[in-house]
Ligand binder design. Structure first.
Ligand code: 6R9
Length: 565
C-alpha cells in the first residue's frame, strides 16, 4: 500500500477486480480464486499450507495439492447428491480437511457453514436447525454430538466422517470419507457462481442475543483479497499465520480466503494456546505476518517478557489484531518485546472484511482502531438521529455506508433483523466510538456494554485499559451495576497476573492507580477479583453475562461461552 492518504484519494474496488482479473457479470467462485487461479499464475508448486498437528507432526501442501484436494472434496459432495445452495456444515478441529473442506464446498456451489468444533450438541442444534443444514463434515470424536441431535434435524441427510477407521460400523446417513485415500480429482467442473451466489453462512459470535446467520456471497472476495493485501501487508514471500479458528469469521476471511487468494504460504497449528507453543511455532516456521486477537495478546503479556527472549522471533515483519479493542498497553508491550507494534483492525462477521484499521506505514496511536479502509465510508452517527457527528471527539455509533463488496446480504431467514441494522442510509455496527481531529477512530464499547452512570455514558474500554496498565492486572471487564442514585455505577472484574493474590490492599492500590487516569464517573465503585472472565469461543469478553448477574437478570443465550461444554 502506498501512503494511506494517497490510497484514499486513488482507491476504488476496481483495483481489486483488475488484479483478480474479474469483470462485473463474470463467473466468480472463491474456491477457484484460492487454488486453480494461483496454479495458473505459475505457483502450482509453491507451498500453500503448512499444518502442524497436536503432536507436532507436520504436513505441507502445494497450491496444486490444494487445487486437487479441494476438487476431490467438491466431487465427493456432488456425487453424494448435495445440491448447490444447500448448507454444508464444517464441524472439525483445525485439521486440513476443515480448510480444504471450505474451499471444496464453495467449488461445488453449496453454502459453507463453519462451526466451532468445541460446540456442544445444543449450540450445534440451534445453528443446524436454523440453517436447515443438509450435510455436516466432522471427525469421529465429534460424531456423538451430531448423533445426539439427529432426530431433531429432518433436513440432515449426510454426516461425513473424515477420520473413520472402521472400528465401529457407521449408522444410517453416515459416510466415511478419507481425503488421503480418495482418488485425487484432477479436473472438476467448478460451479459457475456469480457475484451474488451465497458462499458462507457465518453464525455471529453472539455476545448479545441469539446467534444469527450472516449470509455472505462470492463477491466478498473483492474486498477480502485487497484488504488482506493492503492491511495485513501480504506479499509473495510471506509466511503468514492467522491464529483464528474458521468457526469464527476471522478464520475464514483471513485464515483461508485472504491468504490463498493472494497466493501466500500460510501456517496453522492444531495445538492450543500456550505462550511456549506459539513462540516456538513462529520461530520454527519463520512466520512473517501474524494476525491474532487481544485476548491472546493479553495472555502472552501475562506470561511475561522473559519467555520471549528464549525464542528467535526476528522473522516477524507485520503484526495485526482483531476481535476486541486492543489496549494501548498491549500495543506498547508488543513494541517492547517484538520490536513491532500490533496493528489494530476493526470489523465484524457482518462486514466480511476489515473496515477500520491501522495500516502498515501509518502512524499508530496506541489504543486507536485507526482509520477507514480506502473504499469504505465509515463515520460515527448520533445515537438518536443517526446523522454523522460533525464535532470530533464526540461519542456516537459506528456506521458504514452500504455497498462494500463483502457486506453480508441478509441474516438467514431473518430479513427483519437485517433491515433493522440500517438507519438513515447507514449500516450500524452496534459499537460506539469517537473520531479525533486526525480522523482516527477510538473505540468506546459495544452499544449494550456502555454504562449509564448518572446519565453519563461511560465506555468499558477506557476503564479496562486504565486497569490493565496496573502491573498486577492481567485482564479486566467493566460493567454497570445497579445504584439507587446514579442508576448505574461501574464495577470492575479483574484477573491477576502470576504472583499476585487478591487482597484489600491490592484493591486499594489499583483504585488509587486508576483514579489519576479516569473521570470520577468512570471510576469503579467496586472491584471483584476473579479466576477468569466469561468469554466467547472467539475470545471476546462477555460483559453482559457479568452485568446480568449484577442485575439479577437472565443471562440470555450463552451458547458461544467458552465453558458451556
Ligand atoms: C471480526 C470479528 C464483531 C465485534 C464488533 C466489536 C468487536 C472486533 C474490534 C472490536 C474493538 C476492534 N470488535 N474488532 N472492537 N476494536 N479492533 O470480530 O467479528 O465476531 O462478528 O465481532 O467485535 O464489538 O462489533 P465478530
Amino acid at each position: 500500500m502506498k501512503s494511506y492518504e494517497e490510497e484514499v484519494k486513488n482507491f476504488s474496488w476496481e483495483i481489486s477486480k483488475k488484479e483478480l482479473g474479474y469483470k462485473d457479470g463474470d463467473i466468480i467462485n472463491i474456491g477457484w480464486y484460492c487454488s486453480d487461479r494461483i496454479c495458473e499464475m505459475g505457483k502450482a508448486n509453491k507451498i500453500a499450507f503448512i499444518w502442524e498437528s497436536f503432536k507436532g507432526e507436520e504436513k505441507r501442501y502445494t497450491y496444486n495439492d490444494l487445487r486437487v484436494l479441494t476438487n476431490t472434496i467438491a466431487n465427493y459432495l456432488k456425487n453424494l447428491g448435495i445440491k448447490p445452495g444447500e448448507r454444508v456444515c464444517l464441524f472439525m478441529d483445525k485439521i486440513p480437511e476443515l480448510y480444504f473442506g471450505l474451499i471444496g464446498i464453495l467449488k461445488m456451489g453449496a453454502i459453507a457453514q463453519p462451526l466451532f468444533s468445541a460446540f456442544g450438541s445444543d449450540s450445534l442444534l440451534t445453528r443446524l436447525e436454523d440453517a436447515q443444514t443438509s450435510a455436516i463434515i466432522t471427525q469421529k470424536k465429534h460424531l456423538p454430538k451430531v448423533r445426539n441431535i439427529l432426530d431433531k434435524l429432518p433436513y440432515m441427510n449426510y454426516i461425513i466422517v473424515v477420520d473413520d477407521d472402521g472400528a465401529k460400523p457407521l449408522r444410517e446417513k453416515e459416510y466415511a470419507f478419507n481425503l488421503e485415500k480418495e482418488e485425487r480429482i484432477e479436473k472438476f467442473d467448478i460451479y459457475p457462481s456469480t457475484a451474488e451466489t451465497p458462499s458462507i453462512l457465518h453464525y455471529t459470535s453472539g455476545t448479545t442475543g441469539k446467534p444469527k446467520g450472516a449470509q455472505h456471497v462470492h463477491y466478498s472476495l473483492i474486498s477480502q483479497y485487497i484488504t488482506a493485501k493492503y492491511v495485513l501487508d501480504l506479499q509473495d514471500d510471506d509466511i503468514y499465520w492467522c491464529t483464528a479458528d474458521p468457526g469464527w469469521v476471522t478464520g475464514t476471511s483471513y485464515g483461508i480466503i485472504g491468504p490463498w487468494s493472494n497466493g501466500v504460504t500460510q501456517c496453522v497449528t492444531e495445538a492450543g494456546f500456550t505462550a511456549e507453543n506459539w513462540y516456538r511455532f513462529i520461530e520454527k516456521h519463520k512466520i512473517t505476518v501474524w494476525y491474532s486477537a487481544p485476548t491472546a495478546i493479553r495472555a502472552l503479556m501475562r506470561e511475561g517478557n522473559e519467555i520471549v527472549k528464549k525464542f528467535d522471533l526476528s522473522s516477524l515483519r507485520h503484526l495485526a489484531s482483531v476481535g476486541e479493542p486492543l489496549n494501548a498497553e498491549a500495543v506498547l508491550w508488543s513494541q517492547e518485546v517484538f520490536g513491532k507494534m500490533f496493528h489494530d483492525t476493526f470489523w465484524q462477521t457482518e462486514t466480511g472484511c476489515i473496515v477500520i484499521s491501522n495500516y502498515p506505514g501509518m502512524k499508530i496511536k496506541p489504543g486507536s482502531m485507526g482509520k477507514p479502509f480506502p473504499g469504505i465510508e465509515a463515520t460515527v452517527v448520533d445515537l438518536k438521529t443517526f446523522v454523522p457527528l460533525e464535532r470530533t471527539g464526540v461519542v456516537g455509533m459506528i456506521a458504514i455506508k452500504p455497498g462494500w463488496p463483502s457486506m453480508f446480504r441478509t441474516y438467514w431467514k431473518n430479513e427483519e433483523t437485517y433491515k433493522g441494522k440500517f438507519k438513515n442510509g447507514w449500516y450500524l455496527c452496534g459499537d460506539r466510538a469517537s473520531i479525533d481531529d486526525e480522523g482516527y477512530f477510538w473505540f468506546v464499547g459495544r452499544d449494550d456494554d456502555v454504562i449509564n452512570a448518572g446519565g453519563h455514558l461511560v465506555g468499558p474500554f477506557e476503564i479496562e485499559s486504565a486497569l490493565i496498565e496496573h502491573p498486577a492486572v492481567a485482564e479486566s471487564a467493566a460493567v454497570g451495576k445497579p445504584d439507587p442514585i446514579n442508576m448505574e455505577v461501574v464495577k470492575a472484574f479483574i484477573t491477576l497476573k502470576k504472583g499476585y493474590e487478591p487482597s484489600k490492599e491490592l484493591e486499594l492500590n489499583i483504585m488509587n492507580f486508576i483514579r489519576k487516569k479516569l473521570s470520577p464517573l468512570a471510576m469503579p465503585q467496586e472491584i471483584e477479583f476473579v479466576e477468569s472472565l466469561p468469554k466467547t469461543r472467539s475470545g471476546k469478553i462477555m460483559r453482559r453475562v457479568l452485568r446480568a448477574k449484577e442485575w439479577g437478570e437472565d443471562i440470555g443465550d450463552t451458547s458461544t461461552l467458552e465453558n458451556d461444554m
